[in-house]
Design a protein around this ligand. Structure first.
Ligand code: NAD
Ligand code: DAU
Length: 348
């Protein structure tokens, strides 16, 4: 089995690549990643020399390159994670989101169709998506299910919704075997420190202000990244063609409560006085169009495919804090920009 994993140098992608390279030595894994600011090959140091792993630096929008990869590696499966992923960046600069997330997905679909056309048996295009396509819930407003109508509200979520629609169009129109999953907020090791949890951890370490948008009342549903990678493994192997699976941990938190929890746990770890880090909390201007609440109903994947998260938030958040404290070099390389030289030193 030759699997193209896109975005494998990013946060979630690196956990998926590691899982597939280590757990399935019989598969050949090709990681295609453009190494944007979010791509970091230091995430994959432990598997980069594995004989069933190859890395290609390149853009999913590059038609010639993607065509060459399909032909050269005889790709028969795709797990597509490459994307622009940060909502705040999408508000400042939407076009790169439209290019990568919509056109890039279109190019991958079209190239797969060209190479697989008429021979779809044993092929699969797996598109990794987000719960943000469903819009925003009221605080007591139930859960997102697989049949919740799409209502994306940021340029990021609109671009992901568009890519989901394209993937389904290739299923209905060309019978390409596709599967989609829509997951809630991930956290864990290798998370880029522009996102809430790693940003707060980094700022607490350095005693910098902790910017909480609005009043911190918005709710997110958090899942440990390795549980997401395990769910992707299950959907990839057992999911049904044409289906969508929601993935989430039934673990809702108001942002302000997460920030306070991180402050308290880290004061303990760093030997600081209780309350010291909470004094860094700074309420700042709210995100434009800030979605109030996301919450996933994950009963379909549980019932049909038998997946449940292994990690509780209690254990997952402690593991995450420990990982950042034990990997401050990783964090320093990311914040200083040094991680961008890793590709040249390895492959240059
Ligand atoms: P990330 O930003 O950490 O990583 C994205 C990766 O894609 C990076 O390695 C980047 O270099 C690469 N990339 C970007 N543009 C590219 C292009 N044009 N060509 C090739 N590679 C490119 O993102 P993430 O948080 O790991 O998210 C991965 C996927 O999972 C995304 O599709 C995202 O929408 C989805 N998702 C994320 C979350 C979450 O909480 N982070 C939740 C649900 C779904
Ligand atoms: O729900 C899945 C989505 O989760 C993924 O599709 C996205 O790729 C991923 O980035 C994430 O989106 P969010 O916007 O929910 O994540 P973020 O970490 O940016 O913000 C989480 C919450 O914290 C959100 O309500 C905004 C708030 N926030 C964020 C930052 C960066 C703050 O209050 N302060 C901050 O500095």
């Amino acid at each position: 089995m030759n699997i193209l994993i896109t975005g494998g140098a990013g946060f979630i992608g690196s956990h998926v690549v590691r899982r597939f390279v280590l757990n399935y030595p019989e598969y050949k894994v090709v990681n295609l990643d453009a190494l944007t600011y979010a791509g970091n090959l230091e995430n994959l140091k432990d598997v980069e020399n594995s004989s069933n792993y190859s890395f290609v630096k390149g853009d999913i929008c590059d038609e010639n390159l993607v065509d060459k990869i399909f032909a050269g590696y005889n790709i028969d499966h795709v797990i597509h994670l490459a994307a622009e992923s940060h909502v705040d960046r999408s508000i400042k600069d939407p076009l790169i989101f439209i290019k990568t997330n919509v056109l890039g997905t279109g190019n991958l679909l079209q190239t797969a169709r060209k190479h697989w056309s008429g021979k779809f048996e044993g092929k699969r295009f797996y598109h990794v998506s987000t719960d943000e396509v469903y819009g925003s819930l009221e605080l007591e407003g139930g859960y997102f299910t697989e049949t919740t109508p799409y209502d994306p509200r940021s340029p990021y979520s609109a671009s992901k919704a568009a890519s989901d629609h394209l993937v389904r169009a290739y299923w209905h129109t060309y019978h390409m075997p596709v599967v989609i999953s829509n997951c809630s907020n991930n956290y864990g090791p290798n998370h880029f420190p522009e996102k809430l949890i790693p940003l707060m951890i980094n700022n607490i370490i350095h005693r910098k202000p902790l910017p909480v948008y609005g009043k911190g009342e918005n709710v997110r549903d958090w899942l440990y990244v390795e549980d997401h990678a395990a769910a992707i493994d299950v959907v990839f192997h057992k999911g049904k063609d044409g289906e969508t699976y929601n993935i989430g941990g039934h673990n809702e938190w108001k942002n302000i409560d997460i920030v306070k929890l991180l402050c308290d746990l880290m004061d303990e770890k760093l030997g600081r006085l209780r309350g010291e880090s909470r004094s860094l909390i700074t309420f700042v201007t709210d995100r434009a169009g800030h979605d109030l609440r996301y919450a996933i109903d994950a009963s379909k994947i549980q019932k049909e495919l038998g997946w449940v998260p292994a990690e509780s938030f209690e254990t997952g958040i402690r593991k995450t804090i420990d990982w950042y404290l034990n990997n401050q070099e990783w964090l320093d390389h990311v914040t200083s920009g040094a991680y961008r030289q890793y590709y040249e030193s390895m492959y240059g």
